[in-house]
Ligand binder design. Sequence first.
Ligand code: DX5
Ligand code: ZN
Length: 218
Amino acid sequence: MIILAPSLLSADFAALGAEVKEVQDSGADWLHVDVMDGRFVPNITLGPPIVDAVSKHTSLPLDVHLMIENPERYIGDFAKAGAAVITVHAEACVHLHRVIHQIKELGLKAGVAINPGTPASAVREVLEDVDLVLVMTVNPGFGGQAFIPSTLRKIRQIREWANEVHPDLLIEVDGGIAEATAPLVVEAGANVLVAGNAVFGRSDRAAAIESIRSAATQ
Ligand code: DX5
Ligand code: ZN
């Protein structure tokens, strides 16, 4: 089963309530929320108050992707704001194992993300602890960038390890996902697909979601 998670980064921030409702009615499974601090990545987006406001407009699970330094300081706030999944970057955590368990102790799904330049081995020791591994398929910071094909090898490697130690591990991909790239990442072993521009960049969101889903499951 493929989980499709439109990324709010490409939505109209001045009309978030309506945007969220529209993708929910259009068949989205999760909502992906990109949190950036201007330090870990060269962009600043939003924080817990916006997540809290969005949560009041949807019943979809909120998939919060923290592209921030010292994420352990904010996990409680994002949990209170209504996150269902919290993903931290391996590159941003000195004590990755501890942070993952901090998320799980709050009753949420825990994810670990890696940038395109970070090897698969960075998540190997926590594969049994996490619910989800997020393989970044672009360098994080902005929507609308081109998919980096070398990340496919990494998805395959992580799926191979997961088959041995954690068969129901979710592997999420984020960046440049659209009709052309969805079948490639699914074939490599991904089952959670984030799409920003490919959903919010089109006026017919239902058609966009449907065509990415059918490309992914063909
Ligand atoms: C990139 C973000 C993504 C972004 C993806 O830093 O983590 O979630 O919104 O956007 P698209 O799908 O447009 O590449
Ligand atoms: Zn993201």
